[in-house]
Each structure stands twice: as structure tokens, then as C-alpha cells.
Design a protein around this ligand. Structure first.
Ligand code: NAD
Length: 313
């Protein structure tokens, strides 16, 4: 298989690259390094089966040219920061929707019809449901990042309907682990390295979400791709437990060997405007297909803290 991976120099993408190469695929990474890091793929640069292209998806001609000869596209490139939409209101429109359109149009011009997409739990918005299945609707995101993901899902679905594409779309839980560059764990560790006596926690600390370990995420993506053969394959990708933000703070301080850290909450039920404070994803659909996360949410968080602290790449 000749795989084209947008965002392949990023956190999740680079782990996917490792696994695909190990499984014998050829891999092209297309990444502008806006939030990715070349060191994450450095160990592959001399491999014959591997090509790295530093380029932007907003350049349609370039993507169209480079896509030639591939069998399948794993589209992971996007702005990864949910919060940035508050200050850059066109970011997710460009990096989420327009970039996805360019990928699809470039595929159409090259007659490539299989696309795997990294969507997110945030497409569901803020709901009162205890656990969200893929059939939940209406999907009304409350962040511009979520709107970008839902817009991208819509475009992919339309290319399936209009041009006979086939897709595997995954709505991820919060993904954590080695090479993590953003999110609550990285934020807490950075703050505590600066000041080990107190920790600012956004919100009231009771925000409660599922955390999925990155190797489980990659495994789930490939499991669905290899075992589900509908035209539209939509899956939640999550473990079935959750972790609160305060529990993450406790685990980070434990793993850093810090005692008596003062937790200073900024207050309110959410970390920032657009943050969905509590949710659980129902992963029964992919569980029934035969995939299950190997780590619970707390285990994933604990392992990711160790990875980030010890910079395990
Ligand atoms: P990441 O920032 O590490 O990876 C995104 C990659 O895309 C980066 O390497 C970046 O340089 C690249 N990129 C961004 N815009 C680009 C463009 N215009 N052209 C080319 N490359 C571009 O983030 P990640 O956490 O690995 O996320 C990967 C995907 O999974 C993203 O689509 C993200 O929205 C999605 N996702 C992540 C999580 C999570 O918890 N990490 C949860 C849900 C969904």
C-alpha cells in the first residue's frame, strides 16, 4: 500500500507513520510543520519506503501533483488547538474545511478514492447524553475547531456520495502519549516546571473526558480501516472510562515527585469558551467490530505523563 499522510510529522500522524512502515507500506508525509516536528519522523528519513514533503495543504496544485501514484490518504493535518478559534476566527475554516476540500479535490483529480479522517468528539457539541453514539444528533459543535471538523466530515461524505469515494472517519477522544505537544498534560507539566509550588487549573477541575493512549488510537484507526468495508465508515475512537482534570493534576504532581502543590482553579465549569466540559464517547460500534482500547483513561493519562516527562519519543 502506498499511503499519503497529511500531518504525518505531528503527534498522532508520526505514530501512524511508524506503524505503517513497520507493516510494510510505503509512506509519503505531507506536512507544513506548523505544529509538527521533523524530529518525530527523523528516524525514517533515510528509508527507501519513506518520503517527507514539507508543504502546505492550502496549495492545491502542490497536493494534486504530490498525490499522484498513492492508493490511500490518511488526512490528519489540521489546527490541533481547539482554543485558538477564539482569537483566530478563520483558522479552522482554512486548516479544517478548505484544507480538507483541497485533499479531496486533489484525490478526485488523481482518481484516489479512499480517505481516512481524524475527526473529533467535539463535533457532538455540548449535550446532556451520558454517552454519545455515532448516531447522536443533531451535531452542533460549540467551538470553531468543532465546526471545522464537522464541515470536513460533510465534505468527505459529499465526495463519497458524488464521486464514489470510500471513507473511514474517526471521532477521537482526547489522544495522549509520547510526542504529545499540546493539551492538559503538557500544559500542567510546563507550568509546574516553571513553578513547582502552585498550579493554575482552568475551570473548576471537574471537567471529565476520556483519554485515549496514542498507540491505541493508531491501532483503532488501522483496525477499522482493515475490518470495516462500508462506503462510509464512521467510528467513535475511545476507551470507555474518563478522567477529571483535577485527577490529571494529581497524577502529574505525583509523577513529578511534588508535594503540597496548591491547585488554583480559575473557576467556572469549562476551561475556556468552546470547551465541552464533560462527555463520554460510546465506542460500542468499533468494540463490536473487534477493537478495544488496551488502556483505561487513567492508565493512558499516567503513561502519557511519564512519556512527556521523560521525553520518550
Ligand atoms: P498535531 O498538531 O501534532 O498534528 C497536525 C499536523 O498537521 C502537524 O504536523 C502540522 O504541522 C500539520 N499541518 C497543519 N496544517 C497543515 C497544512 N495546512 N498543511 C500541511 N500540514 C499541516 O496534532 P495531533 O494531535 O497529532 O492531531 C492530529 C489530527 O487528529 C488533527 O486533525 C486533530 O484535529 C485530530 N484530533 C486530535 C486529537 C488529540 O487529542 N490530539 C483529538 C481529536 C482529533
Amino acid at each position: 500500500m502506498k499511503a499519503f499522510i497529511t500531518g504525518g510529522a505531528g503527534f498522532i500522524g508520526s505514530h501512524l507513520v511508524d506503524t505503517l512502515l513497520k507493516n510494510g507500506s510505503s509512506v509519503t508525509v505531507y506536512d507544513n510543520l506548523s505544529s509538527g516536528n521533523k524530529s518525530f519522523i527523523h528516524h525514517h528519513l533515510k528509508q527507501k519506503q519513506f518520503t517527507f514533503l514539507q508543504a502546505d495543504l492550502l496549495n492545491l496544485n502542490k497536493v494534486t501533483k504530490e498525490l499522484q501514484g498513492h492508493d490511500v490518504v490518511f488526512h490528519l493535518a489540521a489546527n490541533p488547538h481547539v482554543r485558538l478559534g477564539e482569537t483566530q476566527t478563520d483558522l479552522d475554516l482554512n486548516q479544517g474545511v478548505i484544507a480538507t476540500y483541497n485533499v479531496l479535490e486533489a484525490m478526485r483529480q488523481n482518481n484516489i478514492k479512499k480517505i481516512i479522517f481524524s475527526s473529533s468528539s467535539v463535533v457532538y457539541g455540548e449535550t446532556t447524553e451520558p454517552s454519545l453514539p455515532e448516531t447522536y444528533g443533531p451535531t452542533l459543535p460549540i467551538s470553531l475547531y468543532g465546526a471545522g471538523k464537522l464541515g470536513a466530515e460533510g465534505l468527505i461524505s459529499a465526495f463519497c456520495g458524488t464521486f464514489d469515494f470510500q471513507t473511514w472517519m474517526y471521532r477521537f477522544a482526547n489522544v495522549v502519549g509520547a510526542r504529545g505537544t499540546h493539551g492538559v498534560i503538557v500544559d500542567f507539566i510546563e507550568k509546574l516546571r516553571k513553578n513547582p509550588h502552585e498550579l493554575e487549573i482552568l475551570g473548576d477541575g471537574r471537567q471529565c473526558k476520556p483519554y485515549l493512549y496514542v498507540s491505541d488510537c493508531v491501532d483503532g484507526i488501522l483496525y477499522g480501516f482493515n475490518n470495516s468495508h462500508e462506503k462510509m465508515n464512521l467510528f467513535n475512537l475511545s476507551c470507555d472510562t474518563t478522567t477529571t482534570v483535577t485527577r490529571i493534576a494529581e497524577m502529574v504532581t505525583e509523577e513529578m515527585g511534588l508535594n503540597n502543590v496548591l491547585f488554583k482553579y480559575t473557576g467556572g465549569i469549562r476551561g475556556w469558551k468552546g470547551d465541552v466540559p464533560r462527555f463520554q464517547l460510546d465506542a460500542e460500534k468499533i468494540n463490536t467490530l473487534g477493537w478495544k482500547a488496551t488502556l483505561t483513561s487513567d492508565e493512558a493519562v499516567r503513561k502519557a505523563i511519564k512519556d512527556v516527562l521523560h521525553a520518550n519519543l
